[in-house]
Design a binder for this molecule. Structure first.
Ligand code: ADP
Length: 355
């Protein structure tokens, strides 16, 4: 009897240990796990399930949203079910998988898909916008090529105008492709970070705009102090080029473009100021969005792709930095990009961030 009692004790404590272990494992899972028995009796629910459904295990079954209830009903009749549900405020999307277990039980696995859904919707929007943007110059090239053929046959004097249209649309198309490639490279590749001389990068990029500014009768001033930052030289150069390119393109003949580089606490700061057309207050918060333009036709006519500032924002953020704009409609804009001096200087993580 003693031996039996000892054996039972050992088995009981082993069972208790296994149950405690299971509880720890279930508690640590980011997925909600619920077991429903018979008629809406919850026999197990982990912390993630309680927080995702916003209810305690006791009241959970009564508060199941309709899609979860449907999934439980179907699984309790023997067929596994997958449903989507939206719960709470702010609304969160849940993916619920219900699987029959045992005689009359149902195992529910609940996943928060809010962020994944948002990313997927943004990706779909981006593909739709990019396709639309690509279609516009392609359609124009096609129409102009047809018109050119006809003109060469019937009215050769009109041919050069169509050839010019083809050339302009081709340039627009290649700008778009270049920006799309920049963006996808920035998103996909691991960045190689090092200490880079921000002042030199900006001075070199600014110098490449001298001739364009002279031709457009724009006064270009560059004021730099010695500034080093922790980053990717080529990506910072792309961002600076986009900022200066915009300042030049959105300025009127006779205007000013001022470029500055300075130290400001933990940041290296690049400032690009222009005396151009400015940005209306309603658009300020949107100019960094992909394909957002204040004036579609105007942007296209001066060779814009709607991606320049999205690329700048991406570069700044991947460096743990930020970009901001201040602008007055009719009198000019000032874009400020901040990049940390060092990888441990301003809250940026030791390693560069990768997505
Ligand atoms: P785009 O290729 O159209 O210039 P961007 O992403 O570079 O695209 O800029 C988005 C929009 O922000 C532009 O279409 C333009 O309306 C506005 N914008 C950007 N930079 C300037 C600037 N320096 N002055 C006035 N408007 C600007």
């Amino acid at each position: 009897l003693d031996k039996m009692s000892l054996d039972l004790d050992l088995r009981m404590s082993a069972a208790n240990e296994a149950r405690d272990e299971l509880r720890v494992v279930l508690g640590a899972l980011p997925v909600g796990v619920v077991v429903v028995e018979g008629d809406d009796e919850i026999t197990l629910a982990n912390e993630a399930a309680e927080s995702l459904l916003g209810s305690s295990a006791q009241s959970m079954a009564a508060l199941f949203p309709a899609p979860v209830r449907r999934a439980v009903e179907r699984a309790s009749q023997g067929s596994p079910a997958v449903e989507k549900a939206v719960v709470g405020s702010p609304a969160r999307s849940l993916a619920v998988t219900a699987t029959p277990i045992g005689d009359s039980g149902v195992l529910l696995l609940i996943q928060d898909t809010t962020e994944a859904d948002r990313v997927e919707a943004a990706r779909r929007d981006f593909v739709a916008s990019a396709s639309h943007e690509l279609k516009t110059p392609i359609a124009s090239i096609r129409a102009s090529a047809e018109a050119l053929e006809i003109a060469l046959e019937r009215d050769p004097d009109r041919a050069p105008a169509f050839a010019e249209m083809i050339s302009a649309s081709t340039i627009q198309l290649s700008r778009l492709v270049a920006d799309l490639l920049d963006l996808s490279r920035l998103e996909a590749s691991r960045m190689t970070f090092a200490t880079v001389d921000l002042s030199r990068i900006v001075t070199e990029v600014a110098a490449s705009f001298r001739t364009v500014c002279e031709r457009a009768d724009l006064t270009l001033t560059v004021e730099v102090e010695a500034v080093d930052v922790w980053g990717s030289e080529s990506d910072i150069a792309v961002a600076v080029r986009n900022l200066i390119d915009n300042a030049v393109r959105y300025s009127e003949t006779g205007g000013r473009v001022g470029i500055g580089v300075r130290n400001e606490g933990a940041w290296g700061v690049v400032e690009v100021e222009d005396s151009g057309e400015g940005i209306p207050a309603r658009a300020i918060s949107r100019v960094f969005e992909r394909f957002y333009r204040v004036d579609q036709a105007r942007s296209r006519s001066i060779g814009g792709t709607g991606l320049g500032l999205a690329i700048v924002k991406h570069v700044a953020e991947r460096h743990g930095g930020k970009v901001a704009v201040a602008s007055t409609l009719g009198s000019g804009s000032r874009f400020t990009m901040r990049i940390p001096h060092s990888h441990d200087g301003s809250g940026i993580s030791e390693e560069p961030r990768h997505r």
